[in-house]
Design a protein around this ligand. Structure first.
Ligand SMILES: Cc1cc2nc3c(=O)[nH]c(=O)nc-3n(C[C@H](O)[C@H](O)[C@H](O)COP(=O)(O)OP(=O)(O)OC[C@H]3O[C@@H](n4cnc5c(N)ncnc54)[C@H](O)[C@@H]3O)c2cc1C
Length: 464
């Protein structure tokens, strides 16, 4: 069981690492160990029954293509969005690599259309309104694969990796690393021991808890990062029409008047559905996606409103902090996602089934439980979200309506940043990290780019 390279996790970062290694060094042996299923076996029963049956591990977040398989498949084509890679690689290098990876997605069948590049007048008008609401508009061209087309594209990539001789081992989570007496990596422990002097840990958000434990156990250096906590907003498509048509996904940033906290819109899904993400510890958090096909579009648009919190010494456990808040929501809802009308949120009262039925907006997350987010979110987060919604009303008139839906809790667990050198190598020789799980990226494109860079570094071929 000796390999030239072992990759832990078959998300976009792991997949693109393998693709690039094979391109530059075709004869090398690569093993990808993945906790979840192959893409064909990633079936979520909830898609038919509307009720989560608690698959272990969750088929939405684990398996080939990781969190990408059932994502909305939006490829952000600007270095400004989706992670910290420009900090590591520089802005123009990151842009070049984005173009390179975009080409690969196109070759595997991504739609040629790019949103946000041909509507200058409309975008000028949106920016004008954003300024009047104290919001910063970030422009980012988007290629939208869509949930079902993204799934097909990743299915083709899985077949291609098998064809070019990459070993894929599914339902085989890595439990530990094997280090020699010099503290250099020599392999990993999964169902059995596998040996390699070069190991990439690209375990995504789902694996960030595991990675944290491994870092503690083996003395791998980490630094405390930020955490993003907030809600998912859902409204009717007609309210969001102008933004959706001009930009598909509009990125707006606000600094709250009360706390000066950063609040941003994230992951907009026109005609999409709100979804639940389950983590290993049964934690239910909210997310969203949308299909490409017109037949599968809903009447609603959803997007996240996230408040960024940076903690200072002595506190160094932002993941636990976020988990704790999400658990509080789960406690009140019987392990589901809570939903509240904005009008009830503002007036400090619970949303009930009866109040929900007064709405034009029908929730797309069918098993969400009407409740009260003020029993869950800290005042600072609540206040920042409230201010942001009022500010957004300048750009999207109608978003501050009583019937806008807020789902909670949305938490982004990319806060555990592994300290790496310029080659994405940790302080353990031979252990490289990348993607969302290492706190380096936050989206499909940058996770994939990180994979390409790792492939070039590991083979010592090609400049990055
Ligand atoms: C519902 C949803 C919608 C999204 N929509 C978008 C979008 O439209 N655009 C965008 O840019 N981003 C989107 N994202 C985020 C995007 O999916 C992630 O940023 C991206 O997948 C990160 O890639 P990664 O390779 O770092 O990690 P992941 O994709 O999370 O992959 C990591 C893999 O590692 C595996 N793993 C974890 N621990 C272990 C272990 N111990 N042993 C073996 N395997 C392990 C996991 O099972 C997983 O398959 C979305 C995410 C979700 C959940």
């Amino acid at each position: 069981m000796n390999y030239d390279f072992i990759i832990i996790g078959a998300g976009p970062c792991g997949i693109f690492t393998a693709l690039e290694i094979k391109k530059l060094q075709p004869s090398s042996s690569i093993l990808i160990l993945e906790k979840g299923n192959s893409i064909k076996r990633r079936i979520c029963p909830k898609r038919k029954t509307d009720i989560c049956v608690g698959c272990k591990p969750c088929n939405i977040t684990t398996g080939f293509a990781g969190a990408g398989a059932y994502s909305d498949g939006k490829l952000s084509l600007s270095p400004d969005v989706g992670g910290n890679l420009p900090k590591y690689l520089g802005y123009s290098k990151t842009q070049k690599l984005i173009d390179y990876v975009d080409d690969i997605y196109l070759k595997f069948g991504a739609d040629k259309k790019i949103f946000g590049v041909d509507k200058d007048d409309e975008i000028r008008e949106i920016r004008k309104k954003a300024i009047s609401g104290n919001l910063k508009l970030v422009e980012c061209p988007i290629r939208h694969m869509g949930t079902e087309e993204g799934y097909n594209i990743y299915s083709r990539i899985e077949e291609h990796l098998i064809d070019i001789g990459v070993d894929l081992s599914f339902k085989n989570p890595v439990k530990d690393l094997i280090l020699n007496e010099d503290k250099k990596i020599i392999g990993v422990v999964a169902d059995k021991e596998y040996y390699s002097k070069k190991v990439v840990a690209s375990v995504g958000r789902d694996g960030s808890d595991w990675l944290r434990g491994i870092c503690l156990k083996h003395g791998i250096e980490v630094e405390t990062g930020d955490i993003d906590i907030g809600v998912r907003v859902e409204t009717r498509n007609e309210i969001m029409e102008e933004l959706n048509e001009a930009m598909y996904e509009s990125k707006l940033i606000y600094y709250s008047q009360t706390f000066d906290d950063k609040v941003r819109t994230f992951c907009a899904n026109p005609g999409g559905e709100v979804s639940t993400e389950y983590y290993d510890n049964d934690l239910a958090v909210v997310n969203g996606h949308s299909y490409k096909s017109e037949d599968l579009k809903s009447e609603n648009t959803n997007f996240a409103l996230l408040v960024t919190k940076h903690f200072t010494k002595p506190f160094n456990s932002p993941i636990e902090y976020g988990t704790h808040i999400a658990q509080l929501g789960n406690m009140l809802s019987g392990n589901r996602v809570l939903v509240q009308r904005y009008g009830d949120f503002k007036r400090g009262r619970r949303t009930t089934e009866e109040r929900l039925h007064r709405n034009n907006i029908v929730p797309t997350l069918k098993d969400a439980v009407p409740g009260d987010l003020s029993l869950v979110l800290p005042f600072r987060i609540l206040k920042s979200i409230d201010e942001m919604i009022e500010a957004l009303d300048n750009v999207v008139p109608g978003i501050a309506s009583d019937e806008t839906l807020l789902y909670g809790v949305e938490v982004k667990f990319y806060s555990n940043r592994v300290v790496v050198d310029e080659y994405f190598q940790s302080n353990i020789e031979g252990l490289y990290v990348g993607g969302d799980g290492a706190g380096i990226t936050r989206g499909l494109m940058q996770a994939s780019v990180n994979g390409v860079v790792l492939g070039r570094i590991l083979t010592k071929k090609g400049s990055y």
